[in-house]
Design a protein around this ligand. Structure first.
Ligand code: B3K
Ligand code: ZN
Length: 876
């Protein structure tokens, strides 16, 4: 676990020309023969050795141009293979033989087994667990793969690229050969072998080529892959239309597996997915599941160009493929569904996940400059903030220049391993705009705080806007430079129309975007006939915190009139936040909790506004979460008080709006058979939030129990169960519903995960006992990542009152679990441990307990690099 620095980057001494791999699959003893052709890079010292990476490997054979290499000429350890005295000028072939044990691979990195299927995961550094190799993303080569395996057990033998051929082999075995002509780094290698069901389709590309599409799932689950297939075809079409990107092989395959450390993986031509993001049918999947499948299918597919055709020079450049690809999948979903509703969901996610990361001990720049364990940098900062940075480039440049920059990027860097600088340069060259200051978004961690004040002078008709930006200190970065912050704005007049200033002074404004570039900057707008209401950072044009004191009346005005629906939602949220913060303080001080009637009426007005789509109205009614309130409070947080305060506000809204909620609950019922389309999903979401308020108003489980009994789709069923379990735990109604649900879906692991998660998030002091009891349930499988995440992960990440029990039992439990998971699956352990990233903002008693639990982990002598890196950074 030593630290790797961006500044130390240098290319390899040897150029890899081609790769030829033969696998003889066996569950516990797979033979891997790798034939690698290299030549020494021009100018490299002729005595420099070839250094290959390994991880837990044993060398079984080593040839140079088919001749055995004497032992004196190389050194092999589990972590590396160093070969000396190699040809100075001519290409040479190295043949490496290793034997690996897929069955024993519980880390799920490299070649492993899941439900009897062979499967690989190589990003970031899993390939070195298969064979000795220059396992880094800037080493690109075409691959030929031969797979030999028992035919009965493994009728399907899959790898990247196009199928070359196959046939029968000796002793009931068969083989298949694949060739991927597109040079790729090892992290994009994949192999899958096993007995699977398959769903087939085709897609005709824009140039008229027919591509075979195949989705492999467990036998019997084929019908549940239909939506994923549809999403794949829509993604392929969209990337052609929107980005001009065509698919480039004869076949595109997706394999769904049930043991997977993350969502999915974009291996060239052979994506491997967590089955959670492939399988869906109306009876077992929620609207959110469908939306996730659509987004992740798109994301992995879009990587074919942003990640695979153009990859990363080194892992510091991870946002080059991830931030950009998230931006692309966001745009896709926005085009397929409702753009403002999608944007609201993105911003909620960004604020609840990335903002806390950026404000805590794990904060790092979108492009980090050092790491100890790269797996810990697949973060919401790299992904989601990385996407926001790409979005800001689009905002700064405008549609046409952004497109020209993307086109230039694809043209200039196709087939290369690129850097963030290469990417930014394309936009500079395409637009003529200098993006030097803008690039600080990649370099400086921390969420900028922009403080705003404004004034209006009637006599001269001028509106003055003063802004000041401050970027908080983050680990390793104390002094920060001012950034280039694009702020979409509107000046809304009394009658609801938008003012059009005749002149602007003090800085650059392009269209509705104000460019904040100085630490302090004042803009003056003239030709404004009456006092306008300022709407700022519309569409969340920049990922910042905004301090802008606005009266409830001004916020209500924005909520009623802004042409940017996102800004209307934001205004209502800004109206709610001070109420929720005050409620938390009052709850803590044992005072009576009140709610501003202006908030209630603004919420109810928006909820009843039939000119607004139901999904939007549901977003308005979904008040900021307890985690959002904690973040706004900033420190000394008491999760119980936040919970009690928020509940009091919800009750106040519920009581005032009971009639309206009843009307929505009745009118938003979707008739006819279930379809996952956005419009129907929107109605369901509005109806379900109305149900939730209604139970706050009546205080009895009857209506939710009735909704549970009559639900005809998983969205409604799971929502009704959630309301019952969270609001009325341990009542006969809840117990009966949990039991019915379990019996009905027993055997469907993905649905049982929902059953675990709903119970893991029941608030209050009894939470941990419930978790421990559920861990004893035979359906809880401790080495399946989805099960662990749905119970332990959900408890730690999403049950603020239960996890943050004042006596620290939640933290001690987590420490014990992390130490148990870590030896099997370090990535999973490290990820779940990040749930404690905001421990320093807790009130002192809880913070002390949290620190002790973290120190218990830190004291362990056998920690993985993954967990050690996280725990040490969290305690620093
Ligand atoms: N690129 C993969 C993530 C790999 C994570 C490795 N620890 C999935 C994705 O972002 O599309
Ligand atoms: Zn990705």
């Amino acid at each position: 676990g030593q630290i790797i620095h961006l500044a130390d980057y240098r290319p390899t001494d040897f150029v890899l020309e081609r790769v030829d791999l033969t696998f003889e699959l066996d569950p516990t003893n797979t033979k891997v023969e790798a034939r690698l052709i290299f030549h020494r890079r021009e100018g490299v010292d002729p005595s420099a050795p070839l250094v290959l990476d390994g991880d837990e490997l044993t060398l079984s054979g080593l040839l140079l141009d088919q001749n055995e290499i004497p032992a004196s000429q190389y050194d092999a350890t589990p972590e590396s293979l160093v070969i000396r005295d190699l040809p100075a000028e001519t290409p040479f072939e190295i043949t490496v033989t290793t034997f690996i044990n897929p069955e024993a691979n519980s880390q799920l990195m490299g070649l492993y087994r899941t439900s009897g299927v062979y499967c690989t995961q190589c990003e970031a550094e899993g390939f070195r667990r298969i064979t000795y190799f220059p396992d880094r993303p800037d080493v690109l080569a075409p691959y030929t793969i031969t797979i030999i395996a028992d035919k009965a057990a493994n009728p399907h033998l899959l790898s990247n690229g196009n199928f070359l051929g196959g046939g029968n082999y000796d002793e009931g075995r068969h083989f298949a050969a694949w060739f991927d002509p597109h040079p790729k780094p090892s992290y994009l290698f994949a192999l899958v072998a096993g007995d699977l069901g398959v769903v087939e389709d085709t897609f005709t590309t824009m140039s008229g080529r027919e591509v075979k599409l195949k989705i492999y799932v467990e036998h019997g689950k084929e019908p549940r892959a239909a939506y994923a297939m549809d999403a794949l075809k829509r993604s392929m079409k969209w990337d052609e239309e929107r980005f001009g990107r065509e698919y480039d092989l004869d076949i595109f395959m997706i394999v769904a597996v049930s043991d997977f450390n993350m969502g999915a993986m974009e291996n060239k031509g052979l994506n491997v997915f967590n089955d959670k993001y492939v399988l869906a049918d109306p009876e077992t999947a929620t609207d959110q599941d469908y939306a996730n499948i659509e987004a992740i299918i798109a994301h992995e597919y879009f990587h074919n160009w942003t990640g695979n055709r153009i990859t990363c020079r080194d892992w510091f450049q991870l946002c080059l493929k991830e931030g950009l690809t998230v931006y692309r999948d966001h745009e896709f979903s926005a085009d397929q569904r409702s753009r403002p509703v999608k944007r609201i969901a993105e911003v909620r996610h960004l604020k609840s996940e990335q903002f806390p990361e950026d404000a805590g001990p794990l904060a790092h720049p979108v492009r980090p400059t050092k790491y100890r364990e790269i797996n810990n940098f697949y973060t919401t900062t790299v992904y989601e903030k990385g996407s926001e940075v790409t979005r800001m480039i689009a905002t700064l440049l405008g549609k046409a220049d952004f497109k020209a920059g993307m086109d230039l990027y694809f043209e200039r860097h196709d087939g290369q391993a690129a850097t963030v600088e290469d990417f930014v340069k394309c936009f500079e060259d395409a637009s003529g705009r200098d993006l030097k200051q803008f690039s600080l978004w990649y370099q400086q961690a921390g969420t900028p705080l922009v403080t705003v004040s404004s004034s209006y002078e009637q006599a001269s008709g001028t509106f003055t806007l003063s802004l000041e930006q401050m970027i908080p200190a983050t680990p390793g970065q104390t002094a920060k430079e001012p950034m280039h912050i694009p702020l979409s704005f509107a000046l809304i007049l009394d009658n609801g129309s938008l003012a059009t200033p005749t002149a602007v002074k003090g800085g650059e404004v392009t269209g509705d975007v104000l460019h904040l570039t100085e630490r302090k900057q004042t803009f003056t707008f003239s030709g404004i006939s009456s006092r306008p209401v300022l709407s700022l950072n519309r569409s969340f044009s920049a990922p910042i915190n905004l301090h802008l004191d606005q009266t409830p009346a001004d916020l209500a005005h924005i909520a009623r009139h802004d042409t940017d629906l996102f800004a209307r939602w934001q205004a209502l949220t800004d109206l709610a936040i001070p109420n929720l913060m005050q409620a938390a303080r009052d709850a803590r001080d044992g005072k009576e909790i009140g709610c501003d009637p202006a908030l209630i009426s603004a919420l109810l007005e928006a909820a009843a506004d039939e000119t607004l789509e139901p999904a939007f109205r549901a977003q308005v009614l979904t008040l900021p979460s307890e985690a959002d309130i904690a973040r706004e409070l900033g420190g000394n947080n008491d999760p119980d008080a936040i919970h009690a305060g928020r509940n009091a506000i919800l009750s106040a809204v519920a009581k005032a709006g009971a009639k309206a909620f009843l009307a929505l609950f009745d009118s938003m019922k979707v008739a006819g058979p279930y379809t996952p389309d956005a419009a129907s999903a929107g109605k369901r979401s509005l109806r379900n939030i109305a149900l939730s308020y209604l139970t706050y108003a009546d205080g009895t489980p009857a209506r939710a129990a009735e909704a549970f009994a009559t639900a005809d789709n998983m969205t409604d069923l799971a929502q009704a169960l959630t309301v019952l379990a969270h609001r009325f735990p341990d009542t006969p109604e809840t117990t009966a519903a949990l039991d019915t649900f379990l019996k009905r879906f027993d055997g469907n692991a993905l649905v049982i995960d929902k059953w675990f998660s709903i119970q893991a998030t029941i608030p209050g002091a009894g939470a941990l006992a419930r978790i421990r009891a559920l861990m004893e349930n035979p359906r809880f499988v401790a080495n399946n990542p989805n099960r662990v995440r749905s119970l332990i992960g959900t408890f730690a990440f999403s049950n603020p009152t239960g996890f943050n029990h004042p006596d620290g039992e939640g933290y001690r439990f987590l420490a014990e679990q992390i130490l148990a998971i870590d030896p099997r699956n370090p990535q999973l352990a490290a990820r779940i441990l990040t749930s404690m990233r905001s421990w320093r903002s807790l009130e002192p008693q809880r913070a002390d307990h949290a620190r002790s639990a973290l120190m218990t982990i830190e004291r362990s002598e056998t920690l993985s690099t993954d967990v050690r890196d996280i725990v040490e950074r969290m305690l620093k």
